[in-house]
Design a protein around this ligand. Structure first.
Ligand SMILES: NC(=O)c1ccc[n+]([C@@H]2O[C@H](COP(=O)([O-])OP(=O)(O)OC[C@H]3O[C@@H](n4cnc5c(N)ncnc54)[C@H](OP(=O)(O)O)[C@@H]3O)[C@@H](O)[C@H]2O)c1
Length: 288
């Protein structure tokens, strides 16, 4: 993305590999959702900076290829396949991780499932249940299993890869994604207040649109300005190099303020856009 557009769109980031190396070389960094998109780019970047990376996702073949690529360039990577929808598998995996790795310094909770669909069209609540498991309950269960040892270490960092859309206003068709991501965001920020005195820092990264498999699923964003996966990884790197509780684009507080100051206007605007989209869909259905 060109410099000016990045300046306008992106949260603060770290593009200085030397600074990242100083922060993570020799450390163990666990990344969920490392098989594609932002997680994959983050794993490559952190491994290049000298971190040992633990890679989690469902696509074992993708994780293995990524780990081999990292090892081929002298890095260290370990693969741990996991389906976060299977909440019952999270505890055993956390035990295995802690048995094999005496320290985990940074956890990047990145895996996520996005869905843009009218809530009433979600079949038998399956979308809701899946999204709550992948975006909230399983990442929370993983952290609950890992945090005691991070606290015993006396230091560590948890980074939540969140989205600007967990902030107001609520948007039509995003109920499941916004609800599950916002729930986890709130949960983790609350946990962060409890663990920071014990040496564990919690950072929430609110990303704008990023060009990945996830955003490609929606036509709506094809021409919208977006970060690349590497640029998003550099934002996450920034959260490690300069740990803060919130990493967000400068305009996000303006969005929240507008939704708070003019709730009726913002809701009417979003409602009109939804009405326009429904009418367009009816016209298309009528033509076919
Ligand atoms: N793209 C954006 O515009 C954007 C903007 C703001 C925030 N974000 C957030 O950034 C994070 C990464 O998104 P992305 O854009 O990189 O999407 P992506 O390319 O679709 O990658 C999502 C990652 O999550 C993993 N994942 C999905 N379901 C899983 C499951 N059931 N169990 C284990 N892992 C699972 C995927 O791996 P497998 O399929 O191999 O399991 C993949 O590695 C998400 O949390 C998303 O909410 C994205």
């Amino acid at each position: 993305m060109p410099g000016l557009a990045r300046l306008l769109l992106s949260p603060p980031s770290c593009r200085d590999l030397t600074a990242l190396r100083a922060a993570v070389a020799g450390k163990t960094v666990l990344i969920t959702g490392a098989s594609f998109g932002i997680g994959e780019a983050t794993a490559r970047l952190f491994a290049e900076a000298g971190a040992q990376v633990l890679l989690i996702a469902r696509s074992e073949d993708k994780l293995r290829a990524l780990a081999e690529g990292i090892r081929a360039t002298g890095g260290r990577a370990f693969v741990y396949p996991l389906d976060l929808y299977r909440t019952q598998d999270v505890g055993p995996l956390a035990e295995q991780l802690q048995r094999r790795h005496p320290r985990i310094d940074v956890v990047i909770s990145n895996a996520g499932k996005s869905i843009r669909r009218p809530a009433l069209e979600s079949l038998e609540r399956r979308d809701l249940e899946r999204s709550l498991a992948v975006n909230f309950s399983s990442p929370a269960a993983l952290l609950l299993a890992l945090l005691p040892r991070m606290i015993a270490q006396g230091e560590g960092q948890v980074i939540n890869v969140s989205t600007v859309s967990v902030k107001p206003p609520a948007a039509p068709r995003w109920a499941t994604y916004q609800g599950s991501k916002a729930g986890f965001d709130f949960w983790l920020r609350s946990v962060g207040l409890e663990v920071r005195e014990k040496g564990v820092a919690v950072s929430s990264v609110y990303l704008p649109l990023v060009r990945t498999r996830m955003s490609a699923a929606s036509d709506l964003y094809r021409f919208a300005p977006a970060l690349s996966a590497l640029e998003a990884a550099q934002v996450i790197a920034g959260a490690v190099v300069r740990p803060r509780e919130r990493i967000e684009p400068w305009w996000l507080r303006g969005q929240v303020l507008a939704a708070w100051l003019f709730p009726g206007f913002v809701d009417r605007l979003l409602g009109s856009l939804e009405g326009w989209e429904q009418a367009r869909e009816r016209r298309r259905a009528g033509r076919s």
